[in-house]
Design a binder for this molecule. Structure first.
Ligand code: SF4
Length: 178
């Protein structure tokens, strides 16, 4: 099975990528994060994710930065807290786009690391993935990124590879509103 792994950033994906390589999985990493502002921050996270993939010898696919479309999709939800309804839309939009790309480019399924961070609601990510999967016809594969020592390994890799670690999810500084 050929999998496309949606990654939001290097710190969230490093241990999962390492595990998938170790397991001999056939996969590529997709960077589709039009939710990240400002643009300079998006570029920084993309470059860091690319560096990680090169280090682990995994193909890296970059999709468009359509922040205007993302802003339109979450219009009216600006004041929602993190884990709220804005995140429902954000997860769904990114997963759906990556599933469409996967379908058009010979992948059999999509996975993601959107629920790896302790700030995230994994069940919320899985619900958005199920909806996108039902609509696109592309299966979603859940990959463990938290339990079984994965968080410890993640912190270890961040340190070992000196990965850039941001202090907010993507759409706004965490201290302000979410
Ligand atoms: S907090 Fe993160 S997941 Fe939620 S809407 Fe903002 S960028 Fe998307």
């Amino acid at each position: 099975m050929r999998i496309l792994l949606l990654s939001c950033c290097a710190p969230c994906s490093c241990a999962v990528i390492e595990k998938m390589v170790r397991e001999g999985r056939d996969f590529a990493v997709a960077f589709y994060n039009p939710n990240i502002v400002p643009l300079a921050e998006h570029e920084k996270r993309r470059e860091e994710n690319l560096r990680l993939c090169k280090n682990m010898n995994v193909p890296f696919v970059e999709l468009e930065y359509d922040n205007a479309t993302w802003q339109a999709a979450v219009k009216g939800l600006e004041d929602e807290p993190e884990r709220g309804r804005r995140c429902d839309v954000c997860f769904y939009m990114r997963l759906k786009r990556v599933m469409e790309y996967a379908r058009e480019n010979g992948f059999d399924a999509v996975a993601s690391v959107l629920g790896v961070s302790r700030y995230k609601d994994l069940a919320q990510v899985n619900r958005a993935a199920a909806k996108a999967s039902a609509e696109s016809g592309v299966p979603y594969v859940e990959i463990e990124g938290r339990k079984g020592g994965m968080q410890d390994r993640r912190l270890q890799l961040i340190k070992e590879l000196a990965l850039y670690s941001q202090d907010y999810c993507g759409c706004r500084p965490r201290t302000k509103n979410i």
